[in-house]
Write a protein that binds this ligand. Structure first.
Ligand code: IMP
Length: 430
């Protein structure tokens, strides 16, 4: 039995879904532990292309149980649409389980997110939903299962929500209790078949020695505590979040896998020391403009900011997640580069200091840092679709080994393309 947590080592969009899909083949349970519809993954397998927001992409592997855990936030209609779309593509959702402890994104949460966002949010109401959770005025999915419960909670908080909305310029809405009650009871009814005691189910699964995969969304640098605050999401994507977002203790995780893209990307606002201006040729090449897997967000369609691999931030991610191994994705994006740069240290403009380790990913501090690069020759040959380490060009191996040495973590998987089979397995994790 092994329990593995998969965590993004950067700002999300590292290709976690492809790695999750690959590892799902050997896991029996796949658990999503935080975030909500802000996440977006596309998974490509022989049967087709599938888009995910909340449902673990492991649902594609037959016979797996997929859990949307207590630490997530759910916009019910969005989830129902995701379920229906997958069903239309022939995917069976019988193995989907949702925790009643997950919080519900209510319509006013989305209004507030869209009208007051200052960090380039996805507009899915994530921040305001977690805010309501912390303020203890939120709704758990379980609340949508009982008319009495939902009605009494709405009576307590809806007036206050309407008052708050009326103070926000640009929002001219007032939610009526009867309407919210009716629509949300109906939505709850549609999700009822999936509601489950996920905590007990995971407990029993562990007792039986079943392999479990915890799937983090977003990434370490978007974590509410450890990320580039305030330019972060409102949940806990780091490895420790798997425990608090699933209802298991820390002794139940055996392996922490950090997924890193072979370069860096970011969507939304916030510091990005190795960012390359979007109009430069190198940026266009990293973004893969015009290609099917170009760097545009799955959820929002926004163009991703791009830059070279940043080992200073990656080392920080290694520490806060205790990574046991690394999955390096999109190595094939670098195939045509003459030279590849890697940020190995920072120079702080304010203090004049140089360092290769940072104590925290503080946004102001990072905005004062210029990257110091080490540049190595590119391999200028195809790695797309390669399946064994030996097939990799010498310079590609050197690049991967360089990152692994700096981060002091072994590389477990190298991803050479979007397909499940486009993978080099250096270490069997399950
Ligand atoms: P929110 O999670 O929608 O509140 O957005 C907060 C920040 O996290 C914004 O900069 C978003 O662009 C970013 N973000 C949220 N989800 C993802 C994701 O799945 N991938 C990459 N960035 C994300």
């Amino acid at each position: 039995m092994t329990s593995v947590v998969i965590v993004g080592g950067q700002w999300g969009d590292e290709g976690k879904a492809k790695i999750t899909d690959l590892l799902s083949l050997k896991a029996d349970y796949i658990v999503r532990y935080q975030g909500g519809a802000n996440a977006g993954h596309t998974v490509s397998i022989a049967e087709g292309l599938y888009k995910f927001h909340l449902i673990p992409s492991g649902i594609l592997s037959k016979g797996k149980t997929c859990i949307i855990g207590p630490g997530t936030v759910i916009e019910p209609q969005f989830l129902i649409t995701e379920i229906e779309n997958l069903q239309k593509q022939g995917i069976c959702l019988n193995a989907l389980r949702i925790s009643g402890l997950a919080h519900v994104t209510m319509p006013w949460n989305i209004d507030v997110d869209k009208a007051t966002d200052t960090v380039g949010s996805t507009g899915k109401g994530i921040g305001p939903t977690y805010t309501d959770k912390a303020k203890r005025i939120g709704f758990q999915l379980q609340d949508l299962m009982s008319k009495e419960c939902l009605e009494s909670k709405l009576k307590k908080v809806l007036t206050k929500h309407n008052q708050d909305l009326s103070r926000i310029p640009g929002i001219n809405k007032e939610y009526k209790l009867e309407e919210v009650l009716e629509t949300h009871l109906a939505l709850g009814n549609q999700l009822r078949p999936y509601l489950s005691d996920t905590i007990n189910e995971l407990y029993e699964a562990r007792k039986k020695g079943i392999n479990i995969l915890y799937e983090g969304a977003q990434g370490t640098l978007l974590d509410i505590t450890f990320g580039t605050y305030p330019f972060v999401t409102s949940s806990t994507p780091v490895a420790g979040g798997a425990c608090i977002g699933s209802g298991v203790g820390p002794t139940s995780i055996d392996y922490s896998l950090g997924v890193f893209k072979a370069f860096n990307t970011r969507v939304g606002e916030g510091p990005f020391p190795t960012e390359i201006s979007s109009d430069q040729e190198v940026a266009t090449m990293l973004r893969q403009d015009g290609k099917q897997w170009a760097e545009f967000g799955t959820t929002t369609g926004r163009m991703r900011r791009v830059g070279w691999f940043d080992t200073v931030l990656a080392k920080y991610a290694v520490r806060v997640n205790s990574f046991s191994g690394i999955a390096l994705t999109k190595i094939d994006t670098l195939d045509s580069f003459d030279e590849i740069s890697v940020c190995v240290a920072y120079h702080n403009r304010e203090t004049g200091e140089t360092f290769d380790n940072i104590p925290q990913a503080n946004a102001y501090f990072l905005s004062q840092c210029d990257p110091i690069y080490q540049t190595i020759p590119g391999w200028k040959s195809n790695t797309h679709g390669l399946k064994s380490w030996d097939e990799l060009p010498v310079q590609a191996k050197a690049y991967i080994n360089m990152l692994s040495t700096i981060l002091e973590v072994p590389v477990a998987i190298v991803s050479t393309g979007p397909g499940r089979e486009d993978s080099i397995i250096c270490k069997e994790i399950f």
